[in-house]
Design a protein around this ligand. Structure first.
Ligand code: 6PG
Length: 476
């Protein structure tokens, strides 16, 4: 065969990735379970490049030059395993199977190990940017062997988004590293979206502003430090008018958020690794709360508010406070996400370059933003940076907004506006910087009821106090 890359699974993401490869001059083998979809791709977009369509998996595999590079773009889970099982017997040593879906990284680890045993490469790759990104240039986060990246990297870099001429694609790390980083990307996406939603709610409730007015505020914010894809589309969405009713579009959208699971995986992993990703967790739980319909109905009728009306005297000052609180909370959420990447990298031996991850997120992906440059710079200053928040740039940026952040969180509490991500981020900030935390009491309680032992501030070792008898202390 002669095709340089193959794509199987031609739903919208697979289709657009295949077109992207073709538009960049690669000969693309294409295959889909139902051949009609393959035919329609070639009929509608055949002039964009060179497609080699196949009806059977055998012909598809045979149409590829070796080592074969096959992108699998099907639904995460059993469908992915089914396609891999069908492909594997047809492949030769050194061939590369790329899973570009949102797979859960433990599945990727399992699949990588299984294919490695057969002399094949399995590359679990995060791909972000939605439909448009897949076609015009996504952010790509490939894992697997370094050896596979030597062959595959140039092709993926060619179709990726570019920022200042730099591709938004780099080798992430072995086995599940690519899908792990994509998972955290999505967790951060949840946190970022929740923070933006809380800012919108604060402006709505604090100022009584209309969707269109709030849209203008977001458009203004998009010219500064907050400049990002998510802020930009928020301004766009808020300005949109519903054709059927003439109402602001957001005002006719039901307030129950859904999710497909990547945010939940991120939180579950945060718990497994013991990394406090509070922003992502609150964002995920906020979606769950919004969808808890019977609970919301029961609470709406029964729970008193005991709040005062929000009397904002200086509108501009309030808007600026919300902006600064949003930025500070956002820095915390990203700092936590990068901590999670560091923890997983250590746990699984991935050696992930966090600065490089921020670099490939500058374009193509959903969380693309000006501020990611600052993150890359921070890790360039100190590749082992233990806490992004403690980098000089972020310390200063958050410090400047600290008073505003406190005013907003306190005001929201007094006036009954739920701001789980804003407030948990501020609590995290105060917790992580605290000289002492009340964990001493937790340890004492644990020792009291379960003889779980404690350490002392004044000497090394573990100790237990005989609480139920004479309360003497013993080495544990
Ligand atoms: C991306 C997106 C993409 C998907 C979200 C939606 O990076 O292109 O993250 O993967 O649109 O995961 O996730 P939810 O349906 O869970 O909100």
């Amino acid at each position: 065969g002669t095709a340089q890359i193959g794509v199987t699974g031609l739903a919208v993401m697979g289709r657009n990735l295949a077109r992207n490869f073709a538009r960049n001059g690669f000969t693309v083998a294409v295959h889909n379970r139902s051949f009609a979809r393959t035919q329609s791709l070639v009929a509608e977009h055949g002039e964009e490049g060179t497609f080699v369509p196949s009806e059977s998996v055998e012909d598809f595999v045979a149409s590829l030059a070796r080592p074969r590079k096959i992108v699998v773009m099907v639904k995460a889970g059993p469908a992915t395993d089914a396609v891999i099982d069908e492909l594997v017997p047809l492949l030769d040593e050194g061939d590369i199977v790329i899973d570009a879906g949102n797979a859960h990284f433990p599945d990727t680890r399992r699949r990588e190990a299984a294919l490695r045993e057969k002399g094949l490469h399995f590359v679990g790759s995060g791909v972000s940017g939605g439909e448009e990104g897949a076609l015009l240039g996504p952010s790509i986060m490939p894992g697997g062997t370094r050896e596979s990246y030597e062959v595959l990297g140039p092709i993926l870099e060619a179709i990726s988004a570019k920022v200042d001429g730099v591709p938004c694609c780099t080798y992430v790390g072995p086995d599940g590293a690519g899908h792990f980083v994509k998972m955290v990307h999505n967790g951060i996406e949840y946190a970022d979206m929740q923070l933006i939603a809380e800012a919108y709610d604060l402006l709505k409730q604090g100022l009584g502003a209309s969707a269109a007015q709030i849209g203008e505020i977001f458009a203004q914010w998009n010219t500064g430090d907050l400049e990002s894809f998510l802020i930009e589309i928020t301004a766009d969405v808020l300005a949109h008018v519903d054709a059927a009713t003439g109402a602001a579009f957001v005002d006719i959208v039901l307030d129950q958020a859904e999710q497909k699971g990547t945010g939940r995986w991120t939180v579950q992993n945060g718990l497994d690794l013991g990394v406090p990703i509070t922003g992502i967790a609150e964002a995920t739980f906020a979606r769950a709360l919004s969808g808890s319909v019977p609970q919301r109905e029961a609470a709406r009728a029964a729970l008193p508010a005991a709040t005062l009306p929000w009397d904002v005297s200086d509108r501009d000052a309030f808007i600026e406070d919300v902006r600064q609180a949003l930025y500070a909370s956002k820095v915390v959420a990203y700092s936590q996400g990068f901590d999670q990447i560091a923890a997983a990298s250590a746990e699984f031996g991935w050696d992930i370059d966090r600065g490089a991850m921020a670099r490939i997120w500058r374009g193509g992906c959903i969380i693309r933003a000006r501020f990611l440059n600052r993150i890359t710079e921070a890790y360039e200053r100190d590749p082992q940076l233990p806490l992004l928040l403690a980098d000089e740039y972020f310390t200063a940026a958050v410090g400047d907004g600290l008073a505003a952040w406190r005013r907003i969180v306190a005001g929201a509490a007094q006036h009954g506006v739920p701001v789980p991500a804003f407030s948990s981020s501020l609590s995290y900030y105060d917790g992580v910087r605290a000289v002492t935390l009340p964990a001493n009491l937790i340890q004492a309680q644990r020792d009291f009821f379960g003889a779980h032992t404690y350490r002392r501030t004044d000497r090394d070792g573990s100790f237990h106090t005989q609480w139920s008898t004479d309360r003497t202390e013993h080495d544990a």
